[in-house]
Design a protein around this ligand. Structure first.
Ligand code: CO
Length: 221
């Protein structure tokens, strides 16, 4: 078998071993999971291979509902993100939503430069919008890597804000006072998660323009 094939077969071998080890520890593990899922947490993270939600939080399958994209963005016209969010919030009724960025994020680094990468430039453009909001703070940081680290943090904070501004989150707050929305940054260099302490549980600090009142149908609009 050549190296090329090995990469592929390694995954199926890994699966066999994982099933065996898991059953050794808990013979009912898969039978229980097959009954259904009731995860209390939605994770919106980066697609980066080094940031797997379950592993870095020491959780198991069934505990976290996961959406990942490049640079953990909450783009309010993204049907994929909105569908995951709507299902997680309104059907699974998750208690917490976590936006998790990470230092050394390639998407953030690319967005800070001017090189073209193709289609992805249109996605990274949303990060440039975040840069623009915090341009003064960012450009006062002389070291490029430190500036990128700060943009990672600020991007997470902005995505938490964007998430709270969705009708899905605002309506859920009104109906059931949940979920709580949090922003984290993971350090791929040491494995530690930093809580940005920007947790939100209501719209009291939201700019008025983003606050959604009762649904328009009630007023015959
Ligand atoms: Co990333």
């Amino acid at each position: 078998m050549d190296e090329f094939e090995k990469i592929y077969s390694h995954l199926l071998e890994g699966n066999k071993n994982w099933v065996k080890n898991t059953l050794n520890e808990d013979p009912g593990f898969f039978q229980n999971l097959a009954k259904g899922q009731n995860p209390p947490v939605l994770w919106i993270g980066c697609a980066d291979s080094r940031v797997p939600a379950n592993q870095i939080t020491g959780t198991n399958p069934g505990e976290i509902f996961v959406h990942r994209n490049i640079a953990n963005m909450v783009v309010h016209t993204d049907m994929n993100m909105l569908s995951v969010l709507d299902y997680a919030v309104n059907v699974l009724e998750v208690k917490h939503v976590i936006v998790c960025g990470h230092y050394g994020c390639g998407g953030i680094l690319a967005a800070m430069g001017n090189q073209q990468f193709g289609l992805i430039d249109n996605w990274l453009r949303h990060i440039k919008d975040v840069y623009q909001i915090y341009r003064k703070e960012l450009e006062s940081i002389p070291d490029k890597m430190k500036r990128a680290d700060r943009l990672v943090e600020l991007n997470v904070i902005e995505q938490v804000t964007d998430l709270c501004e969705t009708s899905i989150i605002q309506n859920s707050w009104r109906k059931r006072q949940q979920p709580h929305v949090h922003g984290w940054v993971y350090d791929v260099g040491n494995g530690v998660i930093k809580d940005m302490n920007v947790s939100v549980r209501d719209n009291s600090k939201m700019l008025d323009i983003f606050k959604l009142g009762d649904e328009a149908g009630k007023y015959g609009l």
